[in-house]
Every structure is written in structure tokens, then in C-alpha cells.
Design a protein around this ligand. Structure first.
Ligand code: CO
Length: 133
């Protein structure tokens, strides 16, 4: 089972410019800023009710976010669902023939562990799964 929508990830070119715009949209500054070296991104998280928006800017040309923006421009990059047990969720995805892009080795924002599912298995939508540490 998926617990809830944890956040929606949005790929941006300029994090400062995007933060200013999304601070205006959300009515408050981001609650959390972090660089995630393993994913080669800098992120800003905005709290929206019980969910969040995640702005992602690449920190290297070979970052997945840089590649995404090169191909498709800025915009919605992924939906992230919270799960209680990442390994159990991934085993279920494998059983359902949903392709896993990056397995449970991925470290996410804060103490979380994340995995990504391929958009071609999910009608064009990249899905992230997160288990909070
Ligand atoms: Co995310």
C-alpha cells in the first residue's frame, strides 16, 4: 500500500528564481533546503497542508534533473509516495512488472531512503517511493 502523496517534484533551472515564485504561490518560504550529492541536486521543500512541493535544481551536468530539463524543459518531474517499507514496495513493483530506475540504495532528503520507478511503466509519470528513516 502507498501511505500518501509525500511530495510532487518540479525540475527548475534556477532555484533562487523558482523559490521566489513558489514562495509567492504557497504564501510562505520553503520549510527545508538541502543539497543531496548522491542525486546531484539542490532541493527546496514547501509544506502544503500534509503534502509538499519539491523544487529540484541540478548541481552537475550529468544530474538526472539536468538531463530532464535538456529534453523536456522545466516542469513536473515526479510524484513521490510515502511507503512504510521500501523493500516490500519494490518487491511488489517487480511482481507487477513496473521497472525500477533506481533501487532502494538511493538516499533522499533528510534521513529518508528513496527509489524511483520508470515513467514508461506508469504512463509517462516518474514515481518516487520514500521511506522515512
Ligand atoms: Co522527490
Amino acid at each position: 500500500m502507498l501511505d500518501k502523496i509525500d511530495h510532487i517534484g518540479i525540475a527548475v533551472r534556477d532555484l533562487d528564481a523558482a523559490m521566489a515564485r513558489y514562495t509567492a504561490l504557497c504564501g510562505q518560504a520553503p520549510g527545508h533546503l538541502e543539497e543531496v550529492p548522491s542525486q546531484k541536486v539542490k532541493v527546496a521543500m514547501f509544506d502544503v497542508g500534509g503534502s509538499r512541493l519539491e523544487l529540484l535544481m541540478a548541481t552537475a551536468p550529468d544530474s538526472p534533473i539536468a538531463k530532464f530539463i535538456d529534453k523536456r524543459g522545466e516542469g513536473m518531474h515526479h510524484i513521490c509516495f510515502k511507503v512504510a517499507n521500501l523493500e516490500a514496495a519494490l518487491a511488489r513493483m517487480t511482481g507487477a512488472e513496473i521497472e525500477i530506475v533506481q533501487g532502494a540504495s538511493g538516499e533522499g532528503v533528510g534521513e529518508s531512503r528513496v527509489a524511483f520507478l520508470h515513467p514508461k511503466s506508469l504512463m509517462g509519470v516518474m514515481v518516487e517511493l520514500v521511506e522515512q528513516g
